[in-house]
Design a protein around this ligand. Structure first.
Ligand code: NAP
Ligand code: MG
Length: 493
């Protein structure tokens, strides 16, 4: 059944979701909605508000009032931390239902959304503890003066979120922004709003004052553009495509507000011939199949020392053949892609590469009984991929791993750095010196040695070099991004 037909048949029983503004659920001012589609079967099961300028104005006004005259920025850092800690507990108490909702909404397998929600709770726990640990400096001056610094909140933070991990992204942006006393307006991706809306309600239950956190749903070119260009916001946190990142930064420039951009990557695994291949195999595979390759840090390039290429192709090939893609609520290795557009885009990149002669080493399968209307793509291992082929350089955002051979250490570094991106990387070797040298020379915001990922990485500063963007999220650095230094100089004679 097509999405449109499903929409006609099922509409009366759909669950309608409104915006969350000033502590209340409010439909779009003009009543418009967008259908919410489950990626596993292409069927409509809910609606969200299709917000326009009036809705964004209302949300920014609520956040503005909450910042300028409300309680949140005037609450002590310790008490802000207590409310964030309560939020973490509430998230854990609803972990299963949040994970189920997210799985249905974005098509991720339940195991993966359960882990995302656990990481989300950890974000709130971490920033709850960090909220009152940000101090300032006392600056030496001539006798008669005392100067010190304080970190102040920026004001109204606009968060434009992608669809690939809405719960984790909620944690990444909202918990540090709130910890520093900012107020927030979120515009989640139209394909990934349901958990974000529920989390906004939970935040109120945790004790967040009205207006401190608002959510407007809708299309990027409407609600997203209106939010990023809004004259009453003070900062933008954006994660998404490089193209929209440019638009968001232009909008920020027009209002002279700061912006962090996280624009994805083409992250390499550098596998030297002395590495522990058996240990590397599941970790490297997971880094490209988790969320069906739709993660900014997908380990999408496997750079292999030429002397080991046959062994690695055989080992990884056998593993890829055993992988299965299926619906979010079935025990599979990966779920469908998010929507029809991404499905078409990934398939088209794959068929272009294969048409250009890129060999397929192995591919997984689509689980029996999967709906023909779901957005499934088999996991693919390609190689050897020519270095200049588009699939080796452009972000695919699908479960596609490109294997590229290198000769020696310096060739490996040159190859690792030979894309416009610089988000994450991994070096695999038993030679500590070689691994350390490589880690220092790779241009990436995070470099793992003999691993990839460390839990949710909440504690670890994260962000890009080069075209992967700028600014740092996560860890204590996020608290600096979401605040500004005020210097107080006392002339006491
Ligand atoms: P996208 O268009 O950049 O979407 C990211 C966010 O920006 C969404 O909330 C989107 O809203 C919003 N947006 C879109 N146009 C906007 C505008 N003119 N002004 C302000 N906000 C706007 O990404 P996409 O089209 O969903 O995905 C395309 C590609 O981007 C992917 O294939 C992938 O390569 C990359 N991507 C990267 C990441 C990452 O984690 N770095 C995440 C997602 C996508 P709507 O979705 O509601 O339109
Ligand atoms: Mg959806």
């Amino acid at each position: 059944m097509s999405a449109q037909a499903a929409s006609k048949v099922e509409k009366p029983t759909l669950k309608d979701h409104a915006n969350f503004i000033g502590g209340k659920m409010r439909p779009a001012a003009d009543g418009r909605t967008i259908d919410v589609i489950c990626p596993s079967d292409g069927q409509v099961f809910a609606t969200i508000a299709r917000s326009g300028q009036a809705d964004v104005d209302a949300a920014v006004r609520a956040a503005r009032v909450a910042f300028d005259t409300g309680a949140w920025p005037r609450t002590s850092a310790t008490d802000r931390g207590r409310i964030l800690a309560r939020m973490s507990e509430l998230i854990l108490s609803e972990r299963e239902s949040l994970a189920r909702l997210e799985a249905k909404d974005v098509g991720k397998i339940y195991r993966s959304t359960f882990s995302d929600v656990t990481v989300l709770a950890r974000y709130f726990e971490f920033y709850a503890g960090a909220a009152d640990k940000i101090g300032g400096d006392v600056i030496p001056l001539p006798t008669g003066f005392t100067a010190f610094t304080i970190r102040e909140p920026l004001g109204v933070v606009a968060g434009i979120l992608p669809w690939n991990s809405p719960t984790q992204m909620f944690g990444r942006v909202v918990s540090p922004a709130l910890a520093m006393g900012n107020t927030v307006v979120l515009k989640p991706a139209e394909d990934a709003c349901l958990t974000v809306l529920r989390l906004a309600e939970l935040a109120m239950e945790a004790g967040l004052p009205e207006g401190a956190l608002n959510v407007v749903t809708g299309y990027g070119h409407e609600a997203g553009a209106a939010l990023s260009a809004h004259p009453a916001i003070d900062f933008i946190s954006f994660t998404g495509s490089p193209e929209v990142g440019t638009l968001v930064q232009q909008a920020a420039a027009a209002n002279h507000v700061g912006v962090t951009l996280e624009l994805g990557g083409k992250s390499p695994h550098i596998l030297f011939d002395d590495a522990d291949f058996a240990a590397a195999l599941p970790i490297i595979t997971n880094s490209i199949i988790v969320n069906s390759g739709q993660t900014c840090v997908a380990g999408s390039r496997l750079l292999v020392q030429a002397s080991a290429i046959d062994r690695v192709s055989e080992l990884f090939g056998a593993h890829f053949q055993g992988l299965s893609t299926g619906p979010h609520d079935v025990e599979c290795d990966l779920g469908p892609l998010i929507n029809a557009k991404q499905h078409k885009r990934v398939n088209s990149m794959l068929s272009t590469a294969i048409g250009e002669g890129v060999p397929v080493i192995a591919e997984g399968r689509i689980a029996d009984g999967s709906s023909p209307d779901g957005y499934f793509v088999r996991p693919m291992l390609l190689g050897p991929v020519p270095r200049q082929n588009t699939i080796a350089r452009k972000e695919v955002f699908g479960p596609v791993l490109s294997l590229l051979p290198f000769t020696d250490e310096s060739d490996a570094i040159a190859l690792a750095n030979d894309t416009p991106f610089g988000l994450a990387a991994a070096v695999w070797s038993r030679d500590v010196g070689r691994a350390m040298r490589a880690s220092r020379q790779v241009r990436a915001g995070q470099v793992y040695i003999n691993g990839y990922g460390a839990g949710g990485g909440v504690e670890l500063p994260f962000g890009g070099f080069k075209k992967s963007g700028h600014g740092r999220e996560k860890g204590m650095e996020a608290l600096h991004e979401f605040s500004a230094t005020k210097t107080v100089i006392l002339n006491h004679g």
